[in-house]
Design a protein around this ligand. Structure first.
Ligand code: GLP
Length: 258
């Protein structure tokens, strides 16, 4: 069942509430964090919740999904810079608690093994946030990625590079490689929340609905996870059968003063 919200604002409220509830219930939670345009309103709303409710985030831990190879953390299009801008400048960043894959590690294979084992040493991810690429990638696990993959280096699909070029300056090349948590790392999370918004994702969700579990559509592996919620706006859900969609309107709207 897909949870379908009228718009991006109501999704952001819902996901921000889910994150805040997780942190309230377990302040030392380990979150799996995603980047991309989809998450920007989510993080903005979450920071509002942190401020409004004085949520204690001092013990929170996190692991980011992915990073471009070759971009240093101060490169404006690195995911490290994205996280700083959208979350950590306000939340506070402690490198001992908040982990971002290093896109410039000299020993790539050794670093990948270290990143996956750090997740397990932290006790595993309690709540994993995911966006999805138009080709069904999660993190940067492109079509064809093995389901038992751990953190690894990938060559990006041409379509992914074109899609992500909107975040780069004109004429600046999107890196061809990235480091990403693997599908096994993602599936090890105790709970998963995938968010997709906008009409461009509608065919991807329709393919997910029709598809069996196949590496050709990496996020189809989520069908095997016991606690996954797929959160969509009306545009992303537009090609899904109505009976598979649970409309989410009043029930999740937080009380607002008039
Ligand atoms: C990017 C990221 C993913 C992200 C996805 C969707 O390539 N590597 O982690 O979830 O693609 O991005 P967006 O939210 O901008 O559509």
């Amino acid at each position: 069942m897909y949870l379908v919200f009228p718009d991006v604002a109501t999704i952001a409220d819902f996901v921000a509430d889910a994150l805040a509830s997780q942190v309230r219930a377990r302040p030392e939670s380990v979150l799996g964090l995603a980047t991309g345009g989809t998450m920007e309103p989510v993080y903005a709303r979450f920071l509002e919740r942190v401020r409004q409710t004085r949520l204690d985030v001092s013990r929170l831990r996190s692991f980011n999904l992915d990073e471009y190879i070759g971009l240093t953390p101060d490169h404006p299009q690195s995911y490290a810079a994205y996280m700083k801008q959208h979350l950590f400048d306000v939340l506070g960043f402690d490198p001992l608690r908040h982990h971002l894959p290093d896109g410039c590690a000299p020993d790539e294979d050794g670093y990948c093994r270290h990143y996956s084992s750090a997740i397990y040493q932290a006790g595993g991810i309690d709540l994993q946030l995911l966006g999805v690429g138009r080709n069904g990638h999660i993190g940067f696990n492109e079509p064809g990625t093995a389901f038992d993959s751990t953190t690894h280096v990938v060559s990006l699909d041409e379509r992914t590079r074109i899609d992500n070029s909107r975040f780069f300056a004109e004429g600046e090349l999107v890196p061809g490689r990235a480091i990403t948590m693997g599908l096994r790392d993602i599936m090890s999370a105790r709970e998963i929340l995938l968010v997709a918004t906008g009409a461009a994702k509608a065919p991807t969700l329709a393919a997910f609905h029709r598809s069996g579990v196949t590496p050709e559509l990496p996020f189809s592996v989520l069908k095997q996870h016991p606690r996954v919620r797929i959160v969509l706006d009306a545009e992303a859900a537009r090609l899904l059968p109505a009976q598979a969609c649970q409309p989410m309107v009043q029930a999740v709207l937080p009380a607002r003063s008039a």
